[in-house]
Design a binder for this molecule. Sequence first.
Ligand code: C2E
Ligand code: MG
Ligand code: MG
Length: 435
Amino acid sequence: MSIISPTSWSAGTAELASLDDFIHALDAEISASGESAAVAVLVLSLRRTDRIAALTLPEYAGQVRQCFLERIQPVLRDKDKLVFVSEDECWLMLPQLTSEALAILAVHRLLNELSKPLKVAAQTIFFNPSIGIACAPMHGNSAVSLLRVADSAQKSAQRDNEKFLMPQARAGQSVMPDNLLVVLEEVLDANRLTMRYQPKVDLHSNRVVSVEALVRWPSDHPLTIETTHLIDIAERCGLIELLTMRVFNQVLHEVVNWRSAGMEMLVWVNLSARLLSHEQLPKILARILSIWDVPASSIGLEITESALIHDIEHTTNLLFELKDMGFHLSIDDFGTGYSSLAYLRRFPIDELKIDRMFIHGMTDSVQDKQIVQSIIGLAHNFGLPVVAEGVEDEKTLTALELLGCDQIQGFWFAKPMHGDQLMRWCNEFHRTVKR
Ligand code: C2E
Ligand code: MG
Ligand code: MG
């Protein structure tokens, strides 16, 4: 690997290091974690379109690095470290991972950020990244051995036109991500995923107005897999379509059960970014709805802000088509992307959900509270109701109420629950109104 003028950076959430610091810190993390946690190293080749400008104009290169760091920092944790080894390559260290698969999750998020061009001054820079991943203790027990594995993985990924590669473990050790693919296929084939439903409460009427459907890994399975992790793996290995169809079938089945018990309930289903580019999506959804004889108006689709801004023209057409079919539409995790609300207003959306990251922070951080306040103000200017997710205590609830937030979803009211508990819970809630 060629190393050209490694540079030290010291801004932002990820603590960034010089090359020597990086290697020392990596060795220290590897010895500190032993077998109890994984430490991942990523060799990231950017393959940027402005490489020559970056090599010849140092000031410009510095500016681009700063923008690049700002872009990827939301993906990194405080304990992660990064060093540039050349204008076109950086190394990242992700310590204290409970599973190697989390490195893959981080890689996905990085690739997602790098799929959007970076605009610096008059330049638009595109990346065609490839990432090599190595983890201790799986691939080695020293900084140098890990870097060697990650470097060669990056080169193989680039050669095979893959976005990333994590090599197989040494014989006798399990490779979590590969196992997961097989295991996930089995679980999907056997239709063993389950659903939970979390109420959204309207603060003006104190009524449950809808629920969000959240998928769960089977609780009786020997492996435990978090939902975000499950979705990430399904997206990565092309199983997200199947997973979503399984989710829709279960949700619609539940809606039919609730209806026959006398409960009409709007259910919000999360739609993965990848599905937005699926040409058949409206047709497939229409078919499932007709099988269960449920109108689209009983279903809302939650789409994350970042998913919307990939291919604006296509997404706008698709959302209008889904809207015309009768689906409700919501922008999920608002505030984490880079889009302005004015920009998003071109989409036919019915509500906006503020990411729970800001909600968690708002009673302690003035900045988070200001962000929440300005999102609510802006959304109301556009005539959009706002949902706050992740409300865990009364203090946050009261603060949101004072800011004029419309709906609340969070553990304070209810954790996601089984479909057959929902009706009883709603009746009880409406009788007592927990406030
Ligand atoms: P999301 O759509 O933003 O869903 C809200 C997440 O916040 C859920 O996590 C929910 O359990 C959690 N949550 C709600 N209230 C609170 C609270 O008061 N405190 C805390 N700490 N958390 C709260 P969950 O179920 O783990 O889902 C994570 C993400 O996975 C979801 O985020 C969504 O993006 C995705 N997801 C879940 N189910 C599906 C699905 O069926 N399909 C797809 N494509 N994605 C799904
Ligand atoms: Mg959601
Ligand atoms: Mg959300």
